[in-house]
Design a protein around this ligand. Structure first.
Ligand code: AMP
Length: 193
């Protein structure tokens, strides 16, 4: 099972992705977490990524795609994965499909971007709810001006993915308790159309 999780920052993607990881016994791969681990370990990648993350900007795609390529080559990802925070722009979605084509040793059709993945989930939530959630979370990049920039980046660069993945997107109402949203998520994944 290969699932990608879309939605604005603060929509609860990470929480739901972690629950899905347990439910389907596949790894939860969060590019944001991979960056934060590199920052904590003071690696070259972490030092490079930090300046972008601190401002709420996207880390350049080449750096992010290289990091993800390395992570997907680990053996636990062979049985599937939940991608949280990637892709975050259309060029990353194209790179993901190319990467999956090379892993699967097939040619996927770029005009059919969901080839290679089983589901694209979109967590739908009003802006005011995400701002309130992010303020509660208190992460380094959850300061007011950075939150605003991350929402802007989402609208400009990430939201176009919803159109890119088109009919394969399954919308999930992300307002509610963790368990309520998880029940909706499983229902959305298990219904065929
Ligand atoms: P997240 O934990 O998913 O909210 O990500 C935190 C920050 O990491 C983002 O605001 C970006 O600066 C960076 N980041 C995470 N994933 C990506 C990605 N796919 N492309 C570029 N930057 C990313």
């Amino acid at each position: 099972m290969r699932i990608i999780v879309l939605g604005p920052p603060g929509a609860g993607k990470g929480t739901q992705a972690a629950k899905l990881s347990t439910y389907y016994t596949i790894p939860h791969i969060s590019t944001g977490e991979l960056f934060r681990a590199n920052i904590a370990a003071k690696t070259d990648l972490g030092i490079l990524a930090q300046s972008y993350i601190d401002k709420g900007d996207l880390v350049p795609s080449q750096i992010t795609v290289d990091m993800l390529t390395a992570r997907l080559s680990e053996t636990d990802a062979a049985s599937g994965f939940i991608l949280d925070g990637f892709p975050r722009a259309v060029d990353q979605a194209v790179a993901l499909q190319e990467l999956l084509a090379s892993i699967d040793e097939v040619n996927y059709d770029v005009h059919n971007p969901s080839q290679g993945i089983d589901a694209a989930l979109s967590f739908v939530i009003p802006d005011e709810v995400v701002v309130a959630r992010m303020k509660q979370r208190g992460r380094e990049d959850d300061k007011d001006d950075v939150i605003c920039n991350r929402l802007k980046v989402y609208v400009e660069q990430t939201a176009p993915l919803l159109e890119f993945y088109g009919k394969s997107v399954r919308n999930i109402d992300a307002v509610g308790t963790e368990d309520e949203v998880f029940d909706r998520t499983i229902a959305a994944l298990e219904c065929k159309d």
